[in-house]
Design a protein around this ligand. Structure first.
Ligand SMILES: Cc1cc2nc3c(=O)[nH]c(=O)nc-3n(C[C@H](O)[C@H](O)[C@H](O)COP(=O)(O)OP(=O)(O)OC[C@H]3O[C@@H](n4cnc5c(N)ncnc54)[C@H](O)[C@@H]3O)c2cc1C
Length: 416
C-alpha cells in the first residue's frame, strides 16, 4: 500500500520536474528558439542548457556582426529565404529593443574582369531573392561611396547592416526567461537516457528530464546527435577565422563594409573590411583548418579532435580537392604580409603597420561523407530529438526565422 503511494508520489514529482523542451546550447539559435517557443505557448516549460558560464560564448560571440542581406544564396534555399526575412526582422528587433545597429549598406568589389562579370550573376541572384536597391557601380561611382577602395566595379547592397550579436542573444535570453524559460549555465550535456515518454539529459550540473530535446550545440551539434544515438550523416569541421584591426588613425580608409566577390567553390565569403557597430574597423576572417573545435589561437590543439577530422572519409575527399587553397590559408595565417596583401586588393592604401592582430572565431563547417561541403541549413528530427546540424553564416542574421522554423518541426503534442 505504502509502496504504491510512494510510486505515485515519485511519478507525480517526476511529472512536475519534467520540462517540455530541453534546448542544448545557449547560442543565438538555441535562444531564439527558446524565446519564440515560450511566446507561442505560454505554459511551455523550457530549459536551455549551456556548457559555458554565459551565453553566446562561441560562434555567436565571435563573428563579423554583419546583418547579411541574402544576396549570395541559391534561389529557393533555406539560407536565401530565412536570411532575407531574418535581415528585416533583425533590424526591427534591434530597433524595438534598443540594441545598437545600423543599416550601412555594403560594396562587393570586383578586382578584375572575371570577377566583374560575376557581379552580374550576383545581382541577378539578389533580385531573384527579393532584394531591392541593388546597383552595379563603375569605378567613379564606387569612389563616391568608399573613396579608398580599389577594384574595377562593384555591386552596392544597401540593405546590409551591422549589429552586436552577443547583445541580441542576451536580449533573447532575457525575454525567454521573463516568459518562464530557464537558462542553466555551466551545464554541459554529457549524455542522454531515454526513459519511457521522456529523455533524461545528463549534464555537468545534474540531470534534467524533458519530453523533447532540441540540439543547438553549434560546433558540437554532430557530437550531441551521436550522444542521442543518432547518426548526423556529416561531420563538423572547425575552420578558424582570424581578424586584424585597423589602427585608429587609419580607420578612415573604410566607411562601411567592403567585401570581395566570393569564390563560388568555397562556402566562406573571403577576407573583408567591416566597420563594427562599436566603431572599430577590422579585416577578416580568413578560413584556416583548426586543430580544436573551439581553438581560437593557432597553437590550440586537441589530438582526439584532430584525429577525428583526419579519419573522416569526407574530410579526406575534401582535403584532396582543396589542399592548395588550404595551404594558402595556413600561409596567410602565419604571414601577416600575405594577409595584408589580400586586404590591399580591396583597399590598396592599407599597409602592414596599419593592422594589428584582432580577434578570431571558429566556424562549424559541415562536411558530408562524400566530401561535399554542406551548404544549406539542415535540421533533422528523430523521435524525441531535433538536431540543428548545419547553421553557418548567415544564421545569426536569420536567427529569428530559424527559431520559428525549428518550432514548426517540434511535434504538436509537445508545443500544445
Ligand atoms: C568568424 C565568423 C564570422 C561570422 N560572421 C557572421 C556574420 O557576420 N553574420 C551572420 O549572420 N553570421 C555570421 N557567422 C555565423 C554565425 O555566427 C553562426 O551561424 C551562429 O552564431 C550560429 O549560432 P549557434 O547558436 O548555432 O552556435 P553557437 O553560437 O556556437 O552556440 C552553440 C552553443 O552550444 C554550446 N554547447 C556546445 N556543446 C554543448 C554541450 N555538450 N552542452 C551544452 N552546451 C553546449 C556552446 O557552448 C555554444 O554556446 C559567423 C561565424 C563565424 C565563426
Amino acid at each position: 500500500m505504502l509502496g504504491t503511494a510512494w510510486t505515485a508520489v515519485r511519478l507525480f514529482l517526476r511529472e512536475l520536474m519534467t520540462y517540455d523542451i530541453a534546448v542544448v546550447g545557449g547560442g543565438i539559435v538555441g535562444l531564439s528558439f527558446a524565446m519564440q517557443a515560450t511566446e507561442q505557448s505560454a505554459h511551455l516549460r523550457v530549459v536551455v542548457l549551456e556548457k559555458e558560464a554565459g551565453v553566446a560564448r562561441h560562434q555567436t560571440g565571435h563573428n563579423s556582426g554583419v546583418i547579411h542581406s541574402g544576396v549570395y544564396y541559391k534561389a529557393g534555399s533555406l539560407k536565401a529565404r530565412l536570411c532575407v526575412a531574418g535581415a528585416r526582422e533583425m533590424v526591427e528587433f534591434c530597433a524595438q529593443q534598443g540594441i545598437p545597429h545600423e543599416v550601412c549598406g555594403k560594396l562587393i568589389v570586383a578586382t578584375n574582369a572575371e570577377e566583374a562579370a560575376r557581379l552580374d550573376e550576383l545581382q541577378a541572384r539578389g533580385v531573384g531573392n527579393g532584394l531591392e536597391g541593388l546597383q552595379l557601380l563603375e569605378r567613379e561611382a564606387m569612389l563616391e561611396i568608399e573613396p579608398h577602395v580599389g577594384g574595377v566595379r562593384a555591386l552596392q547592397v544597401p540593405s546590409t547592416g551591422i549589429t552586436d550579436y552577443a547583445a541580441v542573444t542576451a536580449k533573447y535570453a532575457e525575454i525567454a526567461t521573463t516568459r518562464g524559460a530557464e537558462v542553466k549555465t555551466n551545464a554541459g550535456v554529457v549524455g542522454f537516457d531515454r526513459s519511457g515518454s521522456a529523455v533524461v539529459v545528463r549534464t555537468r550540473a545534474g540531470d534534467f528530464t524533458a519530453r523533447y530535446v532540441v540540439n543547438c550545440a553549434g560546433l558540437y551539434s554532430d557530437r550531441v546527435a551521436q550522444m542521442a544515438g543518432d547518426d548526423p550523416g556529416m561531420m563538423l569541421v572547425p575552420f578558424r577565422g582570424e581578424y586584424y584591426d585597423l589602427t585608429p588613425a587609419r580607420q578612415s580608409l573604410v566607411r562601411g563594409l567592403i567585401y570581395p566577390v566570393p569564390d563560388p567553390l568555397y562556402p566562406f565569403l573571403g577576407v573583408h573590411f567591416t566597420r563594427r557597430i562599436h566603431g572599430n574597423v577590422d579585416a577578416g576572417p580568413n578560413a584556416v583548418l583548426a586543430f580544436r573545435r573551439e581553438g581560437y589561437r593557432f597553437r590550440d590543439f586537441d589530438l582526439g579532435e584532430t584525429m577525428e577530422v583526419i579519419r573522416h572519409a569526407g574530410f579526406r575527399v575534401m582535403a584532396r580537392q582543396h589542399w592548395k587553397n588550404g595551404l594558402a590559408e595556413f600561409r596567410r595565417s602565419l604571414r601577416k604580409r600575405e594577409f595584408v596583401r589580400s586586404c590591399q586588393r580591396l583597399v590598396p592604401e592599407v599597409r602592414m603597420e596599419d593592422m594589428t592582430p584582432g580577434g578570431s572565431g571558429v566556424r562549424a563547417q559541415a562536411v558530408a561523407a562524400d566530401g561535399a561541403l554542406v551548404d544549406d541549413f539542415r535540421f533533422v528530427g528523430r523521435e524525441r530529438f531535433l538536431h540543428v546540424l548545419n547553421v553557418p553564416s548567415p544564421a545569426a542574421t536569420a536567427s529569428l526565422p530559424i527559431g520559428r522554423e525549428i518550432l514548426k518541426m517540434v511535434p504538436a503534442e509537445i508545443v500544445k
